[in-house]
Design a protein around this ligand. Sequence first.
Ligand SMILES: [Mg+2]
Length: 221
Amino acid sequence: MPRKYAIAGGTVAVRMRNGIDPASVGDCPGTRPFENLAAAFLDRDGVINWNDRHVNSPDDFELLPGAAAAIRRLNAAGVPVIVVTNQGAVAFEYVTAKTVDDVLDKMDRVLAAEGAYVDAVYAAYAHPSGSLRYLAIESPYRKPETGMLTQAHDDLGVDVRASTMVGDATTDILAGRRAGCRTILVQTGLAGTDGKVDVKPDHVVDDLNAAVDIILGASNA
Ligand SMILES: [Mg+2]
């Protein structure tokens, strides 16, 4: 299936479930797919899949235990699931945007095999130290900046301040905090040990499934 992208600012790409171009649905107020809905913003590596190695090819992408079931619960509850992933490896030319897309195809496939899906993915390609000149910038999309979340509002209508950001890195939590989201740190992946920024999440839980308990109101942990 061909993929359609809306490129915002040249350093971030969005892909929608079934290849829908959000630019084609966002032109008229009130027609955006998730108008005023609270979303679950999920970091990818370390939240959905293992990140004990760099995820630089589809073969590197392997779901964490329970992640598909957790996303399936969000799907069933009608909560938009929006992945927001820093992919600065593109700026370093370790991978191409095509490879990032191939990895996301793998994510879609393995989630679908367990009856789950992601509604949209934002991928930020820039990194200030990158080797590709036009991506070697301080991008407003790269977490801990908030660009991917606010773009989800602009494209899709998501109510960002009513949404939840789930991540395994402090930069995920700071992005969510800055955007006004509830923030949940999971103990999978980096489990907050990256130490890049000093920020306290609203909740710390074992894994994505426990984060979904909070999002769906089944737990106040
Ligand atoms: Mg991560």
